[in-house]
Design a protein around this ligand. Structure first.
Ligand SMILES: Cc1cc2nc3c(=O)[nH]c(=O)nc-3n(C[C@H](O)[C@H](O)[C@H](O)COP(=O)(O)OP(=O)(O)OC[C@H]3O[C@@H](n4cnc5c(N)ncnc54)[C@H](O)[C@@H]3O)c2cc1C
Length: 153
């Protein structure tokens, strides 16, 4: 999937490795129970700079940027979402924002606001309260090449 998404910008092809091939690449890995591995390529970039570039672009196009501001609740006009109640999490001050459109882009926390919306629309309401997201976790470990040789000494 990564290869497909990367297209021509990909750094290299993903390969499934047999047990023996895996041990060839990682000679210090414990062979017991090892089934195989996957070799893939990854890139590094400065995500803080990307976030700043996005924020600046949005501001240059007329967006009002606010940070440390939590969307606490939705406002309704005739049961249609018409704005937000927000809280400045640094000062505790609450704000009411009226708007034509609210985009819930809260990532893995998306269901928190959706469930408030579902509750506000009542038990027989149309809005979904079923969770959309099942969070999962993975681990990225970056180690120096020398780590693999030093590890099992
Ligand atoms: C360790 C790790 C490594 C990853 N590596 C990669 C990678 O290499 N390549 C890749 O493509 N993806 C990677 N991902 C996945 C990628 O980071 C996410 O898919 C992506 O950030 C999701 O973007 P988003 O805008 O939907 O949500 P997010 O980036 O999570 O943004 C949601 C924002 O909403 C804010 N928020 C939440 N609730 C509220 C609220 N009530 N009011 C106001 N704001 C709120 C949060 O603070 C957050 O800033 C990685 C993720 C993790 C955790």
């Amino acid at each position: 999937m990564y290869d497909a998404l990367a297209g021509k910008a990909g750094l290299g092809k993903t390969e499934f490795l047999s047990r023996d091939q895996t041990l060839k690449y990682l000679p210090t890995a414990l062979p017991r129970g090892l089934q195989g591995g996957v070799k893939y390529w990854d890139g590094q970039f400065n995500d803080a700079k990307l976030a700043m570039a996005l924020a600046r672009t949005a501001a240059a196009r007329g967006a009002l940027l606010v940070n440390y501001c939590r969307a606490e609740n939705l406002l309704y006009d005739d049961s249609k979402v018409s704005g937000l109640v927000c809280q400045d999490t640094l000062t505790g001050t609450q704000y009411t924002i009226k708007t034509r459109c609210v985009v819930n882009a809260t990532g893995v926390w998306v269901d928190e606001l959706r469930q408030k919306d579902g509750a506000a629309s009542g038990a027989g309401g149309k809005r979904a309260t079923e969770p959309m997201v099942t969070p999962s976790q993975g681990v990225h470990m970056v180690v120096d090449r020398s780590f693999w040789t030093a590890m099992w000494r």
